[in-house]
Design a protein around this ligand. Structure first.
Ligand SMILES: [Zn+2]
Length: 292
């Protein structure tokens, strides 16, 4: 389909002239008669518009020297210009939108990259902080542990600190008791416990005797700072030698049944100044805060 036919069918100025065989004047009239109505212009321009893309605008088809053709020409040109400008505007707008959208995408991408970088930096900083905190905690824990050890050592080395001589015992005889096993009165406190149970120095001191002692069996004597001597008797073994310094809680031997006994137990004595024995229980309470 071309506008040649469209123009010829609708307006046909040449045919009209030929049919009437008119003079230039008549020709002029016919041409005036054939001036296309607005409906015809619309139809023509629509056809022109439809064909515009495929064939292109052909001025020769509308070049007949008539007002109609001039009008059509103008109308078509006007429409075409309008269409073109509309299309162009739409295309520009579409391009702008696309550009804007792609800009947005780029911006969004940059934004995401920035966010990711920031998040990574934050995570790195947090990790570093955590490491520092952990290191600090470790250092503090280490320092605290060292301080505790030092304090414990100091405490342990303290002259007056006490430790219970034995654990897992029960008292079977108290100081001053009479009985067939003792010549006069019982000179200490008996702590019954299984053979081999560790026996420990009650306070810091120096071992002044570790020997067999007749009815006392294996015996260790420890002299403390204030001159008090404590005795550990009936032991199955020695854990220290004479001259050795022991701290409170250091093992000096083990529970046994050596000497004059009816069963395994620790016979514990307290002798102030190395003299006569006193009741160990009040001494343990007043000197050591222990209440066996
Ligand atoms: Zn006893």
């Amino acid at each position: 389909m071309s506008q040649h036919r469209a123009a010829g069918n609708r307006v046909t100025p040449g045919n009209a002239v030929r049919k009437t065989g008119a003079s230039p004047r008549a020709k002029h009239r016919v041409a005036r008669r054939n001036t296309p109505s607005s409906t015809q212009i619309v139809g023509l321009t629509a056809a022109l518009a439809a064909a515009a893309g495929a064939v292109g605008f052909s001025h020769s088809a509308l070049s007949s020297p008539t007002q109609a053709n001039t009008a059509v020409n103008l109308a078509a040109a006007s429409l075409d210009n309008g269409s073109l400008s509309g299309i162009t505007t739409a295309r520009i707008q579409a391009r702008q939108l696309a550009t804007r959208d792609s800009s947005r995408v780029v911006l969004a991408g940059q934004d995401t990259n920035k966010k990711q970088a920031a998040a990574a930096a934050l995570a790195k900083a947090r990790a570093a902080k955590l490491n520092a905190t952990n290191a600090l905690t470790t250092n503090r824990a280490s320092a605290l542990a060292k301080a505790k050890l030092a304090e414990a050592k100091k405490q342990r080395e303290s002259l007056n600190r006490c430790e219970m001589m034995i654990s897992g015992y029960h008292i079977t005889a108290t100081f001053g008791q009479g009985g067939s096993r003792w010549a006069r009165k019982h000179t200490g406190t008996d702590f019954a416990a299984p053979t081999g149970t560790p026996i420990r120095a009650v306070m810091r001191g120096v071992v002044i005797s570790a020997d067999w002692a007749g009815p006392y069996g294996r015996q260790v004597q420890v002299r403390h700072a204030d001159g008090t001597v404590t005795w550990y008797n009936h032991m199955s073994k020695f854990s220290v030698s004479v001259g050795e310094t022991v701290l409170a809680g250091d093992q000096v031997g083990a529970v046994g049944s050596t000497g004059n006994v009816t069963g395994p137990h620790l016979h514990f004595e307290v002798r102030p100044g190395g003299g006569d024995p006193i009741d160990p229980m009040p001494w343990l309470r007043s000197h050591c805060g222990l209440n066996p």
